[in-house]
Design a protein around this ligand. Structure first.
Ligand code: FEO
Length: 411
């Protein structure tokens, strides 16, 4: 028997929440909270940390584990299973091959030698290639196939491109719980098992959608359509708190994926000697006077996740750049590259900026956004510091943006 003293010692060794928590009878949260992580994929800022949620489901005959955790936190998962005294796992469900969920596969399959790794046929070779797991350990499942745990049934819903090609969702029929892995998730570390801080969750879920799901908006639409007739009492994603009022997140995803953009301009910019900043300030004032919301970001020190989030609803993107070595400032090129990769629903793009003796900034930036199905509104590029004629050009740009928004029914 483990005494309190030994238990306490054990917990101090482990990062994250080292205690399993019961979500419903015999359904346990066994994942890990990563409070201190500040970057995902060496790219995405994590202001609130993140979590790697894994769930253990005991049926009357079989036991299943849904997803694992990021490898540096595998001991939290293994310890949680020990605390529940789990001696046998029959199925380990891999909804997704990305290592933050699948990365503890070798340790889990070694600890539970009877377990089969359950995944889609596209996921199997990805896990074999990445983790060198023998093929004999796998059981692939077709779309809508089920596995019985005795008194409980797992249904597997293939959902490609949320956000890799192999992704699937797992539905626990009797309790109406959806385990969608990344889909409907958010990067938040929290002691709340369920969503309780709705403001924090609303922002984090939108940020997550923007960074991870938005490039696959049309596949998101197909997957939302595919699950629309299912009833969900709970949605338990593999990042962030669990949705025990899931209507909110489904409605939000439908809005982000389907709705027309708003009367909004996102304006990421850089200024080196003040000219571009002056142009940005002037244009922001002019747009504001026309009732357009503007989200202005100085790229010298901006959170790219926040920019991604604002791109979800923006109708227009205006890039502001000085000229560096004939081209755009590298930070602005980076922002253009990201916007192109994220494929937001913006309908219009323009560029403003300045140069000293010559520039090809507009040509370079315009060539970097082939994925954006946008109309380019004539840029305003000036020599030196803005003068009267330049301010007039910015007023005209503001007029054009307002007219385009109005004509598109966005204002
Ligand atoms: Fe959270 Fe795509 O992994």
């Amino acid at each position: 028997m483990v005494g309190p003293e030994k238990d306490e010692t054990k917990m101090t060794k482990l990062p994250g929440n080292a205690k399993p928590r019961e979500l419903k009878k015999d359904i346990w949260y066994v994942g890990a909270q990563d409070w201190d992580r500040r970057l995902f994929d060496s790219l995405i800022p994590l202001p609130d940390g993140t979590s790697y949620n894994a769930y253990l489901i005991k049926g009357s005959e079989k036991t299943a584990l849904i997803d694992t955790v990021n490898p540096p936190m595998k001991d939290v998962l293994l310890d949680n299973l020990d605390q529940l005294d789990i001696k046998r796992i029959d199925y380990v469900i891999f909804n997704h091959a990305e290592p933050d969920h699948s990365g503890s596969i070798r340790e889990i399959l070694a600890k539970y030698p009877e377990a089969q790794a359950v995944c889609t046929d596209k996921c199997k070779p990805m896990l074999m290639d990445r983790f060198m797991v023998p093929e004999a350990r796998f059981k692939t499942v077709a779309d809508k196939e089920t596995i019985s745990l005795g008194n409980r049934t797992l249904e597997f819903i293939h959902a490609p491109w949320v956000h890799w090609p192999e992704t699937m969702l797992t539905y626990l029929r009797e309790e109406k719980i959806l385990f969608p892995c990344d889909f409907f998730g958010s990067h938040i570390a929290t002691t709340d098992m369920f969503v309780r801080d709705t403001g924090q969750e609303a922002e984090a879920a939108k940020r997550y959608y923007a960074e991870i799901m938005m490039p696959f908006r049309f596949q998101i639409q197909k997957n939302l359509e595919k699950i629309k007739d299912y009833k969900f009492d709970i949605i338990a994603p593999s990042h962030g708190p669990i949705h025990d009022k899931p209507e909110y997140i489904i409605k939000a995803y439908n809005s982000w994926a389907y709705d027309e953009p708003g009367n909004i301009v996102v304006l990421p910019y850089i200024s080196m000697h003040g000219s571009t900043r002056r142009m940005v300030s002037y244009l922001v004032d002019a747009l504001t006077r026309k009732g357009i919301s503007v989200k202005q970001f100085d790229l010298a020190d901006s959170d790219i996740g926040k920019i991604a989030m604002e791109l979800v609803d923006a109708a227009t993107i205006v890039l502001g750049t000085p000229t560096v070595l004939i081209g755009p400032h590298p930070n602005v090129a980076h922002a253009a590259f990201l916007a192109n990769a994220l494929k937001p629903k913006a309908k219009f793009v323009s560029i403003i900026g300045s140069y000293g003796w010559g520039t090809k900034a507009v040509e370079t930036l315009a060539g970097m956004i082939p994925n954006l199905k946008v109309e380019i509104i004539p840029p305003v590029i000036i020599k030196g510091y803005p003068k009267d004629a330049d301010y007039e050009a910015l007023d005209k740009l503001a007029d054009s943006i307002a007219e385009k928004h109005q004509a598109a029914g966005l204002s």
